[in-house]
Design a protein around this ligand. Structure first.
Ligand SMILES: [Fe+2]
Length: 167
């Protein structure tokens, strides 16, 4: 099979975290669209590069790092994510925090594959991280922007979102 079990186990965990992130993110955009009527921002985060990035990343990892070597992908369970938030600022801050956490976890995964001499896996993971880096960058910008707009101008933020959406 030509991949270390430690790397395989870490890949399973990474795939599981992709679905956890999708659950977190889908839940977040639902609150954003319904409770705060920020339909444009919700739509961008949902379909234009963030929420739907995660299941697609999971497919790419499963395909290129496991199934290619005859290993079946195992899907674990996800846990509940918040279904309400007090403010848009809180949501955008949480989004940035979770994306950075995921990026760090992803880099940990890259390290595990490297240290176990699974350089073929490491090389695939290096390709996939580029999009993630852009997503993290976008979330940092969103957090800065909501800071300047302020909670009392969330409708202007939503109106202007196209001007600072880079994905
Ligand atoms: Fe979705």
């Amino acid at each position: 099979m030509n991949i270390n079990q430690k790397t395989i186990d870490a890949l399973y965990e990474l795939i599981n975290q992709c679905f956890q992130m999708n659950r977190f993110c889908d839940s977040l955009v639902s609150v954003l669209g319904v409770k705060f009527a920020m339909n444009q921002t919700s739509d961008k985060i949902h379909k234009n590069g963030i929420c739907h990035y995660f299941p697609s990343l999971s497919d790419s990892i499963g395909d290129a790092c496991l199934e290619r070597y005859n290993i079946i992908v195992k899907y674990g369970a996800t846990t509940e994510e918040p279904s309400d938030y007090a403010s848009v600022t809180e949501m955008i801050e949480k989004l940035e925090e979770r994306l950075i956490e995921f990026q760090n976890m992803y880099m940990g995964m890259m390290k595990i594959s490297f240290e176990n001499n699974d350089l073929h896996i490491y090389s695939e993971l290096s390709n996939f991280i580029e999009e993630l880096n852009k997503i993290v960058g976008q979330s940092i910008l969103l957090k800065d922007k909501i800071g300047y707009y302020g909670e009392d101008r969330i409708m202007d933020f939503d109106h202007d979102i196209n001007n600072f959406w880079n994905l």
